[in-house]
Design a protein around this ligand. Structure first.
Ligand code: TYD
Length: 226
């Protein structure tokens, strides 16, 4: 895949684990649908059968050890399948694609958190993903300690309510505070580098305050250019 001229809109959500992305993505999807738009909700790693299998491998806390480059390669393996099967066809059909995480996550977590740097991530994105860029990225900025605490609590509850280990998605949440500080810094660096695409939203307010801010940004992106 090399060119990405499409009629749809590609909107991604980014932020630390537990920052409330998924809730906001769902609320945005509902709001856009109520205005008659056709919306596809999806997530990374995952979104297709093969990519969800890769997700299980990547997020299960029993997958250990895993070299940082293996982690990066698997994130991209899942992403390529996801683009080919879900994202590109939906955009070509003129739909709005809302995606929970995309390549910025690889730059923040593998590039920043795992210290691989941005270069391999951006190169892989160009080579494997035809450099597909979101029209808008909502970066939800939140407090490191509070977000990770929330993510750990949720993951523990999920794992306890399931009878097998398939729903264990806690591998990243086991990382320490320094790791998540690096992830947050890497995100902020991306936002400074690409201010037109990446919009920083303070995620520390209430759910409805944050929703309102996101909806305003999205409406601007969806308005036809004059
Ligand atoms: P997600 O399900 O969005 O977790 P949460 O709801 O807790 O935010 O993402 C799963 C994990 O995968 C998350 O810890 C971030 C990590 N991840 C990467 O490290 N690199 C990537 O490229 C992607 C897409 C996710």
């Amino acid at each position: 895949m090399t060119s990405h001229s499409h009629r749809g809109k590609f909107i991604t959500f980014e932020g630390l684990d537990g920052c409330g992305k998924s809730t906001q993505l769902g609320k945005l999807a509902a709001a856009l649908r109520s205005q008659g738009m056709i919306v596809v909700e999806t997530r990374e790693p995952g979104g297709t059968q093969a990519a969800e299998k890769i997700r299980q491998l990547l997020l299960n806390s029993r997958t250990s050890p895993l070299a940082p480059n293996t982690e990066l390669a698997l994130m991209f393996a899942a992403r390529v399948q996801h683009i080919e099967q879900i994202i590109a066809p939906a955009l070509e059909a003129g739909k709005i694609v809302l995606c929970d995480r995309f390549t910025d996550s690889s730059e923040a977590y593998q590039g920043g958190g795992r210290k691989l740097g941005s270069k391999p991530v951006l190169e892989l994105h160009r080579i494997l993903c035809g450099d597909l860029q979101p029209n808008l990225t909502i970066l939800m900025d939140s407090d490191v300690v509070a977000s990770v605490r929330r993510a750990r609590r949720r993951n523990k509850a999920q794992a306890e309510s399931a009878s097998n280990h398939a729903s264990d998605e806690g591998r990243f949440e086991k990382e320490n505070r320094a790791f998540f500080e690096r992830v947050r810094e890497a995100y902020l660096t991306i936002a400074r580098r690409e201010p037109r695409r990446v919009k920083l939203v303070d995620a520390r307010g209430t759910i409805s305050q944050t929703h309102k801010k996101i909806l305003e940004l999205v409406q601007k992106t969806l308005k036809p250019a004059k």
